[in-house]
Design a protein around this ligand. Structure first.
Ligand code: GAR
Length: 198
Protein backbone atom coordinates (compact mmCIF):
# COMPACT_ATOMS: atom_id res chain seq x y z
CA UNK A 1 0.00 0.00 0.00
CA UNK A 2 1.34 3.45 -0.80
CA UNK A 3 0.76 5.84 2.04
CA UNK A 4 -0.47 9.41 1.71
CA UNK A 5 2.22 11.83 2.88
CA UNK A 6 1.23 14.39 5.50
CA UNK A 7 2.99 17.70 6.25
CA UNK A 8 2.04 19.23 9.60
CA UNK A 9 2.39 22.98 10.20
CA UNK A 10 2.82 24.20 13.78
CA UNK A 11 3.65 27.38 15.69
CA UNK A 12 3.84 26.12 19.27
CA UNK A 13 3.99 23.11 21.53
CA UNK A 14 2.67 20.78 18.91
CA UNK A 15 0.49 18.55 21.05
CA UNK A 16 -1.93 18.06 18.16
CA UNK A 17 1.00 17.33 15.84
CA UNK A 18 2.19 14.63 18.27
CA UNK A 19 -1.30 13.12 18.39
CA UNK A 20 -1.38 13.03 14.58
CA UNK A 21 2.14 11.65 14.19
CA UNK A 22 1.60 8.96 16.81
CA UNK A 23 -1.63 7.89 15.12
CA UNK A 24 -0.02 7.29 11.71
CA UNK A 25 1.18 3.72 12.21
CA UNK A 26 0.03 0.26 11.26
CA UNK A 27 -2.87 0.17 8.82
CA UNK A 28 -3.26 3.98 8.82
CA UNK A 29 -3.41 5.17 5.19
CA UNK A 30 -0.99 8.06 5.81
CA UNK A 31 2.47 8.77 7.20
CA UNK A 32 4.06 12.05 8.36
CA UNK A 33 6.62 13.49 5.92
CA UNK A 34 7.39 16.89 7.48
CA UNK A 35 6.79 19.12 10.48
CA UNK A 36 7.14 22.77 9.52
CA UNK A 37 7.06 25.82 11.79
CA UNK A 38 7.14 29.58 11.34
CA UNK A 39 8.93 29.79 14.71
CA UNK A 40 12.31 28.17 15.36
CA UNK A 41 11.54 28.07 19.11
CA UNK A 42 8.33 26.07 18.69
CA UNK A 43 8.51 23.19 21.18
CA UNK A 44 6.88 20.86 18.69
CA UNK A 45 9.97 20.86 16.45
CA UNK A 46 11.98 18.90 18.99
CA UNK A 47 9.10 16.55 19.66
CA UNK A 48 8.91 15.84 15.92
CA UNK A 49 12.66 15.32 15.61
CA UNK A 50 12.56 12.89 18.55
CA UNK A 51 10.03 10.90 16.54
CA UNK A 52 12.32 10.82 13.52
CA UNK A 53 10.23 13.23 11.45
CA UNK A 54 11.94 15.72 9.11
CA UNK A 55 11.52 19.29 10.36
CA UNK A 56 11.88 22.71 8.77
CA UNK A 57 11.49 26.33 9.83
CA UNK A 58 10.45 29.32 7.73
CA UNK A 59 10.49 32.37 10.00
CA UNK A 60 7.75 34.80 9.03
CA UNK A 61 9.42 37.81 10.65
CA UNK A 62 11.91 38.80 7.94
CA UNK A 63 8.98 39.15 5.52
CA UNK A 64 7.47 41.98 7.58
CA UNK A 65 3.85 41.51 6.65
CA UNK A 66 4.49 40.47 3.04
CA UNK A 67 2.42 37.32 3.34
CA UNK A 68 2.84 36.29 -0.29
CA UNK A 69 6.66 36.40 -0.02
CA UNK A 70 6.55 34.42 3.24
CA UNK A 71 4.31 31.82 1.65
CA UNK A 72 6.60 31.46 -1.38
CA UNK A 73 9.23 30.20 1.08
CA UNK A 74 6.79 28.25 3.22
CA UNK A 75 5.52 26.20 0.31
CA UNK A 76 8.99 25.00 -0.74
CA UNK A 77 9.66 22.42 2.00
CA UNK A 78 6.08 21.16 1.65
CA UNK A 79 6.56 20.57 -2.08
CA UNK A 80 10.04 19.13 -1.55
CA UNK A 81 8.60 16.66 0.95
CA UNK A 82 6.00 15.58 -1.61
CA UNK A 83 3.12 16.16 0.78
CA UNK A 84 -0.30 14.94 -0.36
CA UNK A 85 -2.11 16.37 2.67
CA UNK A 86 -1.30 19.45 4.78
CA UNK A 87 -2.50 19.58 8.39
CA UNK A 88 -2.49 22.91 10.21
CA UNK A 89 -2.06 22.11 13.90
CA UNK A 90 -1.84 25.28 15.96
CA UNK A 91 -0.29 27.14 13.02
CA UNK A 92 -0.90 30.76 13.95
CA UNK A 93 -0.31 32.60 10.67
CA UNK A 94 -3.16 33.61 8.40
CA UNK A 95 -2.70 32.10 4.93
CA UNK A 96 -3.63 33.89 1.72
CA UNK A 97 -5.83 32.59 -1.02
CA UNK A 98 -2.74 32.04 -3.15
CA UNK A 99 -1.28 29.52 -0.70
CA UNK A 100 -4.59 27.89 0.19
CA UNK A 101 -5.52 27.34 -3.46
CA UNK A 102 -2.39 25.25 -4.00
CA UNK A 103 -3.80 22.71 -1.57
CA UNK A 104 -7.51 22.82 -2.33
CA UNK A 105 -9.22 19.79 -0.85
CA UNK A 106 -5.93 18.64 0.72
CA UNK A 107 -5.49 21.00 3.68
CA UNK A 108 -7.08 20.58 7.12
CA UNK A 109 -7.15 22.78 10.20
CA UNK A 110 -8.16 22.28 13.81
CA UNK A 111 -9.88 25.17 15.53
CA UNK A 112 -10.76 25.33 19.23
CA UNK A 113 -14.47 26.11 18.96
CA UNK A 114 -17.65 24.63 17.60
CA UNK A 115 -17.51 26.41 14.25
CA UNK A 116 -19.19 28.47 12.91
CA UNK A 117 -19.05 29.90 16.46
CA UNK A 118 -15.96 31.87 17.49
CA UNK A 119 -13.70 32.14 14.48
CA UNK A 120 -10.36 33.78 15.28
CA UNK A 121 -8.69 34.02 18.67
CA UNK A 122 -9.66 33.73 22.38
CA UNK A 123 -12.33 31.14 21.65
CA UNK A 124 -12.50 29.74 25.20
CA UNK A 125 -12.95 33.15 26.83
CA UNK A 126 -15.60 34.03 24.29
CA UNK A 127 -17.57 30.83 24.92
CA UNK A 128 -17.45 31.53 28.67
CA UNK A 129 -18.52 35.16 28.21
CA UNK A 130 -21.44 34.04 26.09
CA UNK A 131 -22.56 31.67 28.86
CA UNK A 132 -22.47 28.65 26.53
CA UNK A 133 -23.33 25.30 28.10
CA UNK A 134 -21.21 23.50 25.52
CA UNK A 135 -17.94 24.18 23.76
CA UNK A 136 -15.52 22.12 21.70
CA UNK A 137 -13.35 21.89 18.65
CA UNK A 138 -13.69 21.52 14.90
CA UNK A 139 -11.58 20.05 12.13
CA UNK A 140 -12.37 21.58 8.77
CA UNK A 141 -11.06 21.76 5.26
CA UNK A 142 -9.17 25.01 4.75
CA UNK A 143 -10.59 27.53 2.29
CA UNK A 144 -9.56 31.12 1.64
CA UNK A 145 -11.80 32.41 4.44
CA UNK A 146 -10.39 32.24 7.99
CA UNK A 147 -11.70 29.31 10.07
CA UNK A 148 -14.20 28.44 7.37
CA UNK A 149 -14.62 25.55 4.97
CA UNK A 150 -16.41 22.20 5.06
CA UNK A 151 -16.56 20.68 8.54
CA UNK A 152 -14.93 17.25 8.78
CA UNK A 153 -15.44 16.68 12.48
CA UNK A 154 -16.45 18.17 15.80
CA UNK A 155 -16.03 17.16 19.43
CA UNK A 156 -18.14 18.65 22.22
CA UNK A 157 -17.36 19.22 25.88
CA UNK A 158 -19.51 20.62 28.66
CA UNK A 159 -18.75 24.04 30.13
CA UNK A 160 -18.59 23.44 33.91
CA UNK A 161 -19.27 25.80 36.81
CA UNK A 162 -16.09 27.60 37.81
CA UNK A 163 -14.42 27.09 34.43
CA UNK A 164 -11.75 29.57 33.41
CA UNK A 165 -10.45 29.94 29.86
CA UNK A 166 -7.54 27.71 30.90
CA UNK A 167 -9.59 24.88 32.40
CA UNK A 168 -11.92 24.95 29.44
CA UNK A 169 -9.01 25.01 26.98
CA UNK A 170 -7.50 21.94 28.66
CA UNK A 171 -10.80 20.04 28.40
CA UNK A 172 -11.11 20.96 24.72
CA UNK A 173 -7.46 20.12 23.96
CA UNK A 174 -7.96 16.57 25.24
CA UNK A 175 -10.73 16.19 22.68
CA UNK A 176 -8.64 17.79 19.93
CA UNK A 177 -6.18 14.94 20.43
CA UNK A 178 -8.96 12.41 19.78
CA UNK A 179 -10.71 14.30 17.02
CA UNK A 180 -7.88 15.30 14.72
CA UNK A 181 -6.38 11.79 14.36
CA UNK A 182 -9.86 10.34 13.80
CA UNK A 183 -10.60 12.87 11.05
CA UNK A 184 -7.20 12.49 9.39
CA UNK A 185 -7.52 8.71 9.25
CA UNK A 186 -10.90 8.99 7.59
CA UNK A 187 -9.86 11.84 5.27
CA UNK A 188 -6.67 10.06 4.14
CA UNK A 189 -8.84 7.07 3.20
CA UNK A 190 -10.93 9.37 0.97
CA UNK A 191 -13.92 9.63 3.31
CA UNK A 192 -15.10 13.17 4.08
CA UNK A 193 -18.11 12.28 6.16
CA UNK A 194 -17.86 14.16 9.47
CA UNK A 195 -16.55 12.58 12.67
CA UNK A 196 -18.79 13.59 15.58
CA UNK A 197 -17.48 13.01 19.12
CA UNK A 198 -18.77 13.87 22.58
C1 GAR B 1 -4.82 24.12 19.74
O1 GAR B 1 -5.76 24.31 20.77
C2 GAR B 1 -5.42 24.49 18.40
O2 GAR B 1 -6.78 24.15 18.29
C3 GAR B 1 -5.25 25.98 18.41
O3 GAR B 1 -3.97 26.17 18.94
C4 GAR B 1 -3.67 25.12 19.86
C5 GAR B 1 -2.35 24.52 19.49
O4 GAR B 1 -1.90 23.60 20.46
N1 GAR B 1 -5.36 26.51 17.08
C6 GAR B 1 -5.84 27.74 16.82
O5 GAR B 1 -6.19 28.50 17.67
C7 GAR B 1 -5.88 28.06 15.33
N2 GAR B 1 -6.46 29.34 15.12
P1 GAR B 1 -0.78 22.55 20.12
O6 GAR B 1 0.43 23.32 19.54
O7 GAR B 1 -0.43 21.93 21.43
O8 GAR B 1 -1.34 21.56 19.14
Amino acid sequence: MSHKKVAILISGGGSNMVALVDSMTGDHPARPCLVLSNDATAGGLQRAAERGIATAVVDHRPFKGDRAAFEEELVKPILDAGADIVCLAGFMRVLTDGFVSRFTGRMLNIHPSLLPLYKGLHTHARALEAGDAEHGCTVHEVTARLDDGPILGQARVPVLPGDTPDTLAARVLEQEHRLYPAVLRRFAAGDRSPVLLG
